[in-house]
Design a protein around this ligand. Structure first.
Ligand code: APR
Ligand code: ZN
Length: 335
């Protein structure tokens, strides 16, 4: 039987309705536990509004900052085993967003040709693979058929700044080269660049999920296979709305995690993904075939406490590993 004083306490302290206060007291039975849970819920309500995502986060202002110097060291050390060194030098200071996000370094023709030839001889790489992954053209026209003299002449001009250095190497995924002009548009409307070869993400990836709320609470019912723990219940509410004049219908989804170490870890990653608008998108539902609805966007959730993988529930021994991989593919990594 719930005490009226306890209900009043909740109503005053948390500014909620009597109905909600009663519901939470009945669910938790114990007054102190109910207070803990309620404070937890209030602190775990994440709202994403319709403001454009912040493009300025994690972009470095200058390509020659301390962090870049660190990476140059790393690149030098690692390149020892891979043949000719590519020594990043800031020939030109770039202020474009792609340059700042990827902290690319320019690669003049001599370094690139030496690297490619080494790869052809020692790693038996097919010369056809030495093309820009975006436009699929030569990095420098016919660079593998030029004579040493021609290469050196071009290289000297590039280093002196008489002709432009068109090829860049991205800072994190070493030895992945692009035309400068091909990387540039990749960073145009976002704060991130994804390497087309290895998928490494530079900057912060934001999605296009409409505005919504993520709420988290504990429920005293375990996920199947995790009987020792309570469960974390996540409630996503994405209301209907419109974008560019086009209407879409919203959705409410409820997902579960066991309230153990791994579940808590994944919850933190999901919070980041939600605040970066990555969990849902607007599109066609594969399940229902309906257009212009809010749908899951590649990061899987367990929408059932039980029933196993077939029911999108627990137990599912590989689920945690898979969802972490899905999150990592969008630039969200466990600590
Ligand atoms: N729970 C969790 N994930 C699901 C479910 C479910 N019940 N059904 C499908 N998925 C996964 C699919 O495996 C797929 O990878 O969602 C992904 C996207 O499928 P869509 O059908 O395009 O997505 P959506 O319409 O958003 O969701 C399908 O998920 O949560 C449920 O109620 C929701 O029935 C709906 C279903
Ligand atoms: Zn790469």
């Amino acid at each position: 039987m719930t005490h009226f004083g306890e209900i009043d306490f909740f109503v005053t302290k948390f500014k909620i309705s009597r109905k909600k206060a009663k519901e939470i007291l009945i669910t938790y039975g114990d007054f102190d536990e109910a207070i803990d849970e309620f404070e937890f819920q209030i602190n775990n309500r994440i709202t994403v509004d319709n403001l454009p995502s912040d493009k300025s986060t994690s972009i470095n202002p200058s390509p020659m900052n301390e962090e870049l110097k660190e990476e140059i060291k790393v690149i030098d050390n690692e390149s020892k085993e891979e043949g000719p060194k590519i020594l990043p030098k800031p020939y030109t200071v770039h202020k474009s967003s792609a340059a700042m996000i990827t902290r690319w370094v320019e690669v003049p023709i001599r370094e690139l040709v030496d690297f490619c030839k080494y790869q052809m001889i020692h790693a038996k790489v097919d010369p056809k693979e030495f093309i820009c992954p975006i436009c699929r053209c030569d990095y420098y026209n016919d660079m593998l058929t030029l004579s040493d003299k021609e290469i050196d002449e071009l290289d000297t001009k590039m280093i002196k700044g008489e002709i432009s250095i068109d090829v860049v190497m991205l800072s994190k995924c070493k030895k992945h080269f692009y035309h400068k002009d091909c990387v540039e548009p990749m960073a145009k409307d976002t704060a991130s660049v994804k390497c087309a070869i290895c998928g490494v993400i530079y900057g912060t990836l934001y999605g296009d999920m409409p505005a919504g709320v993520m709420e988290i609470r504990h429920i005293p019912v375990p996920c199947e296979g995790y009987e020792k723990y309570r469960s974390i219940e996540i409630i996503y509410t994405i209301p209907s709305g419109s974008k560019d004049g086009k209407r879409h219908s919203g959705t409410q989804r409820i997902a579960y995690l066991p309230d153990n170490e791994e579940g808590k870890e994944i919850l933190e990653l999901l919070k980041i993904a939600f605040s970066r608008r990555l969990l849902f998108t607007v599109g066609t539902s594969i399940t229902t075939g309906v257009n212009d609805v809010v749908v899951w966007n590649g990061i899987h959730h367990k929408t059932s406490l039980r029933g196993g993988a077939m029911s999108h529930g627990y137990p599912d021994p590989t689920y945690f590993k898979r969802v972490k991989e899905e999150l990592a593919a969008k630039g969200i990594h466990s600590k």
